[in-house]
Design a protein around this ligand. Structure first.
Ligand SMILES: Nc1ncnc2c1ncn2[C@@H]1O[C@H](COP(=O)(O)OP(=O)(O)O)[C@@H](O)[C@H]1O
Ligand SMILES: [Mg+2]
Length: 416
């Protein structure tokens, strides 16, 4: 496509060039024809004048023409040239002079400002060629705005070509970017489906194993083992439900049907609850969650379940993406009629280019072929949607291999 496009553009340029060459040749021909006519007229005027004024003397002077100012004025000359040029469609400003190279004399000129151009670039036409006794005199003509004149003749074509090329290039880039975006999206969807299958498979197989064991008549179980099997099933079932819920929720956000149950909630309480749930996972990795509640007013208007999920998602990421000894700091403070909550970790960090994308649905920072950390790439898009529902703001600072700091602002009151 690119090659075809460049080829087309090349052909277009070639056509415009040849069109402009043709225009220029036409222009030259018209000028020549006009000036030949002018020369003829001037010579005839001189002859008429000579015959009228004094037959005898003019016969004597047959081969020596009268001085120009005796039979033609500058203005007459100007209008003579102008008439001839206009008749042939040459409608641009011109400068002319009558020049005698032998004496370097400008016998007649319409303005002295163009002497140099007239001599260097002007078109020359011999006057009184038959007059063999005087050295030749030339009628010179020069068009100061020749280039512009030729261009205006081509302007329409040039403009249409430029517009067409812009349209084609624009649609071309649009198509290409769309293709690439679609490709990335389909890759992300594939990853997502692979991940999901994996995530669902583990609890399903655990449950089916437990069920098999419970069904096995040969295995005689005590009440205690029975209970533990049942609780395994219950736990795994909860996990399944949780994952299904997560996926369904994004579908709900997509359709804009997120339901918010507004009430007064205490952010500090919520954070404490979430930490309680996550503490063990962090401590297994020899890590630590440090909280610093600097906000004096911790109550805000919001949906308890969603805000809990929000805090959970951020803390879960901080833990998941800190491979060894996670040190997670969560702090709050009051600002701008609301609370700013920061969650900082010392994990793998996020590159500058990825920082914009991590809030996109299904986006996960690529880490080669295998992700050692499981996830759907839905968490942060959900977090962002919830923050926006609460009329808050979310931002992040991060450096690869140093850690990440998310800053969430939630206002006390949600104003519509
Ligand atoms: N604290 C963090 N440190 C490093 N990378 C992070 C952090 N939080 C999120 N990310 C990156 O952003 C991506 C999107 O996060 P998220 O939407 O929660 O998806 P998931 O956790 O399911 O992968 C993650 O896959 C990860 O690459
Ligand atoms: Mg996550």
């Amino acid at each position: 496509m690119t090659i075809a496009l460049i080829g087309l553009m090349g052909i277009q340029i070639y056509w415009i060039q040849s069109a402009s060459a043709i225009k220029e040749a036409n222009f030259r021909r018209s000028v020549n024809e006009s000036m030949v006519k002018v020369v003829q007229k001037v010579e005839r005027m001189e002859k008429n004048k000579a015959l009228a004024s004094n037959q005898y003397e003019s016969m004597l002077n047959f081969n020596r023409h009268l001085p120009y100012d005796s039979f033609i004025t500058k203005v007459e000359m100007d209008s003579l040239i102008s008439l001839q040029l206009n008749m042939r469609g040459v409608d641009t400003r011109f400068e002319f002079c009558i020049y005698k190279p032998e004496t370097q004399e400008f016998i007649m000129e319409n303005s002295p400002n163009f002497r140099k151009e007239l001599i260097e670039k002007g078109n020359a036409f011999v006057l009184f060629q038959a007059d063999i006794y005087t050295s030749p005199e030339y009628l010179l003509i020069y068009f100061p705005r020749e280039k512009q004149f030729l261009l205006t003749e081509l302007w329409g074509m040039l403009l249409i070509s430029i517009i067409l090329i812009i349209v084609i290039v624009y649609s071309f880039t649009y198509t290409i970017t769309t293709i690439f975006r679609q490709k990335r999206l389909s890759e992300m969807k594939n990853d997502f489906i692979n991940n999901m299958t994996h995530e669902f498979k583990t609890p399903i197989s655990t449950i089916s194993l437990a069920c098999e064991a419970l069904n096995d008549k040969d295995l005689r179980m005590s009440g205690e083992t029975l209970d533990s099997y049942l609780s395994v099933i219950q736990e795994e079932n909860k996990r399944l439900a949780g994952m299904a819920e997560k996926i369904l929720q994004t579908a709900v956000i997509d359709k804009g049907q997120l339901k918010m149950n507004r009430e007064k909630i205490d952010l500090h309480e919520i954070i404490t609850d979430v930490i309680k749930n996550l503490r063990i996972q962090v401590e297994i990795k020899d890590g630590e969650i440090i909280r610093k509640f600097g906000a004096t007013k911790s109550r805000i208007e919001g949906d308890k379940v969603h805000v809990t999920n929000l805090v959970y998602n951020l803390l879960d990421n901080a833990n998941k993406y800190s491979p060894r000894k996670p040190l997670i700091r969560i702090s709050t403070e009051n600002a701008n009629n609301g609370i700013v909550m920061t969650i900082e970790d010392n994990g793998i960090g996020i590159g500058k280019n990825e920082q914009k994308k991590i809030f996109d649905k299904l986006y996960r920072v690529p880490t080669g072929n295998i992700h050692e950390v499981r996830g759907f790439g839905l968490g942060l898009s959900y977090v962002k949607a919830i923050v926006e529902e609460h009329h808050g703001k979310i931002s992040l600072e991060s450096e690869v291999n140093r850690g990440t700091k998310f800053r969430v602002f939630l206002p006390f009151i949600i104003r519509e």
